[in-house]
Design a protein. Structure first.
Length: 346
């Protein structure tokens, strides 16, 4: 479907798909009051200043299946984003917003095959460069509800025409179910004057997970920043075999573990921790992430995209000042070098 960019009033910008009608109820949106996200599609008024992105798919999600789709969208205005609000239909597992340094026409496609990440054959005919740079994380979410106001003086900067790729994952399996279709609404509320500090999201992922059958396992990763940063938000992501996810400040020079920043024992709705809980932005030169798993199945569990089949070890760390980091150059398993350093690409 082709999105329609319309202007509402002098400052309100809304990016909506051509037709968004609730399922299981009439066309009158008022019929959905009180049953939002259960019997009908979610709704979210657009911000007074900023923009709203909407992604939806009519692809069915039958019981026992999962759907991962990616959507090409462009930022409609120069914006310094100081608040992000998300509404999902029931069944959303995660929603990631990436930025890429090339242009693509609006549309959506199946991006479930991890071996095709960044080089999707279906998109080459639409203009995807064959030597395209890998998507970089802009912001990501998993919580059932998400409404985050950044600290005073901090914002994510986005430029008009900036190419985004939004990945939406819905699961209708034993561990997580959905009675509806894929629909996500994202509000990016902006300020009219640029804040002094530009935020960035560091996204770290361990793609070499191997959890033996009927066994417990633990993994430790470290991300080292080239200069001190101020952490303002964080969450950790794993699937149903995960039992505990912790993040600490870390001193790479001494190997000393510092303050506990984050703990997650609820894989399906991980805590979203911000600098408000810490009292103020947390300054550090490195973070240490530790995950514990329990595999009760008679098979090895490995990394992969699916809730029912695979596992994840992912950390989203929001911070300022923006450094333009490549996670492959700063993050690694404990006792190893960053893969980008090993490959000589950093």
């Amino acid at each position: 479907m082709t999105p329609l960019l319309s202007s509402i009033g002098p400052v309100r910008l809304v990016l909506l798909l051509a037709a968004i009608l609730p399922l299981g109820c009439g066309t009158d949106q008022n019929e959905c009051v009180g049953t939002e996200g259960v019997e009908c599609d979610v709704t979210l008024p657009p911000p007074d200043y900023g923009f709203q992105l909407s992604v939806e798919s009519a692809v069915a999600i039958p019981p026992g299946t999962e759907v991962l789709r990616c959507f090409w969208r462009k930022v409609p205005m120069d914006a310094d984003i100081t608040q992000i609000t998300v509404k999902y239909n029931v069944g959303s597992h995660h929603l990631d917003v990436f930025s890429v340094p090339y242009d693509m026409p609006d549309g959506d496609f199946d991006c479930s095959d991890p071996t095709q990440w960044g080089v999707w054959p279906s998109e080459v005919t639409k203009g995807l460069p064959t030597d395209a740079a890998m998507p970089a994380m802009f912001v990501g979410f998993q919580n059932q509800t998400f409404d985050w106001t950044l600290p005073e003086g901090v914002g994510y900067h986005a430029q008009a025409g900036q190419q985004l790729m939004i990945q939406s994952h819905y699961a209708n399996v034993t561990d997580q179910v959905t009675p509806l279709r894929m629909l996500d609404l994202i509000n990016f509320t902006a300020t009219k004057s640029a804040p002094p500090n530009n935020a960035e999201t560091l996204f770290d992922e361990d793609v070499d997970l191997h959890i033996p059958a009927n066994s417990a396992a633990s993994f430790t990763r470290i991300c080292e920043f080239p200069e001190p940063v101020n952490l303002i938000g964080m969450f950790g992501h794993f699937h149903s075999r995960g039992t505990k996810f912790q993040v600490f400040t870390y001193d790479a020079a001494t190997g000393m573990q510092g303050d506990l920043l984050y703990t997650n024992t609820n894989w399906s709705d991980p805590p979203w921790t911000t600098s408000e809980q810490w009292g103020s932005p947390k300054q550090t030169r490195a973070i240490k992430m530790v995950t514990n798993y329990m595999n009760t199945e008679n098979r090895e569990i490995t990394w992969g995209p699916y809730v029912s089949e695979n596992e994840h070890f992912e950390t989203y760390a929001m911070f300022y000042p923006r450094l333009g980091l490549d996670p492959l150059c700063v993050c690694h398993r404990e006792g190893e070098l960053p893969p980008g350093v090993v490959a000589g690409t950093c």
